[in-house]
Design a protein around this ligand. Structure first.
Ligand SMILES: Nc1ncnc2c1ncn2[C@@H]1O[C@H](COP(=O)(O)OP(=O)(O)O)[C@@H](O)[C@H]1O
Ligand SMILES: [Mg+2]
Length: 302
């Protein structure tokens, strides 16, 4: 891979806390790459090391061929990152923010183009405090892109947003990807990475436990299926002995069967044999969340 980000054995310790133990992955140019993991997994520390904001304690990191710590001023000019909510003074105007964040003088036409592109043209003179949540988000994206970066780092961009604002933000992230800019997206939302990312690294306790496309990660867990139906009668203990069934549980009137392979066909046949014909018999395939829990669960056991 002609990688724009190459991380090998990254390690970062804060006092007695091992924040990042052994993180390795590569990101290809133009990719939207996800870092997915629970709180405290080491995602933010990892992207801070990639941006030259923190000094790694071990491992090898190259971003755009540069050492992010030793060459951080050269790197800063070529990457963008989104700001935290508190980062802008209330009275700063939208156009002033763009000028402030541009490392070289922003030409009026470039400024106009950014304002147009991110739907802020009619807000150019509005102060930051008077922007809606969605407008702030668009401003943050415009600021992250003001220096035409080759890579953009977005850390938990949709945390705390309502569903409508999340969707708008997803569209913005897709729009960044379409420009050909590489995006590193840190998230703890499965639906988000599943929808936006070409590849995802699952991070847990400072380790990368899997790196793959969302489809391939889901395929890894595809042997695990769930068969569900409604049942009002007595317990169906015999379901446990149906081929390909691993586990049967009952929550009030909902039967849930975990199994693999042709478990659905076997359960359906066995139910018919017992003259049980549920009208809502269905099979659920795993999503990235199931796979995530499975992979993290395995890592926890091991
Ligand atoms: N500046 C810091 N000082 C001490 N510990 C920190 C600091 N930043 C993060 N940590 C700890 O390092 C671990 C990883 O944190 P972080 O990289 O923020 O994870 P994530 O972004 O996945 O939630 C956590 O245990 C966190 O408490
Ligand atoms: Mg974080």
């Amino acid at each position: 891979m002609n990688a724009v980000i190459d991380v090998e054995g990254l390690r970062k310790v804060y006092g007695s806390t091992l924040a990042v133990d052994d993180v390795s992955f590569q990101v290809a140019p133009g990719e939207i790459f996800g870092l997915l993991g629970p709180n405290g997994a080491g995602k933010t520390t990892t992207v801070e090391c990639l941006q030259g904001l923190r000094h790694p304690d071990g491992g090898h990191v190259r971003v755009l061929g540069l050492d992010p710590w030793a060459q951080r001023s050269a790197l800063r000019r070529r990457i963008g990152s989104q700001l935290q909510e508190s980062a802008l003074p209330d009275r700063l105007k939208v156009w002033e923010a763009l000028d402030l964040f541009a490392t070289t003088t922003l030409s009026p036409s470039n400024r106009e183009q950014l304002l147009e592109q991110w739907g802020l043209a009619d807000k150019r003179n509005a102060s930051f405090a008077n922007l809606s949540g969605g407008q702030r988000q668009r401003l943050f994206v415009a600021l992250a892109l003001v220096n035409q970066p080759e890579i953009v780092f977005l850390d938990e961009m949709t945390t705390g947003l309502d569903p409508a604002a999340r969707r708008i933000t997803w569209d913005l992230i897709e729009a960044i990807g379409k420009r050909g800019t590489t995006v590193v997206l840190v998230s703890h939302f499965m639906d988000e990475v599943q929808r936006l990312c070409q590849r995802v690294a699952i991070v847990n306790h400072g380790h990368v436990v899997a790196v793959d496309t969302p489809e391939k990660l889901i395929a890894r867990g595809a042997r695990q299926l769930r068969v569900l139906f409604t049942w009002e009668g007595e317990p169906l203990a015999w379901l446990e002995s149906v081929p390909h069934v691993h586990h049967v549980s009952q929550q009030e009137n909902q039967i849930e069967i975990e199994g693999d392979g042709p478990v659905f066909q076997h359960v359906a046949a066995a139910l018919l044999q017992h003259s049980i014909e549920p009208t809502d018999l269905r099979v659920e395939r795993p999503n990235l969340e199931d796979v995530f829990l499975q992979i993290i669960g395995k890592a926890e056991e091991g």
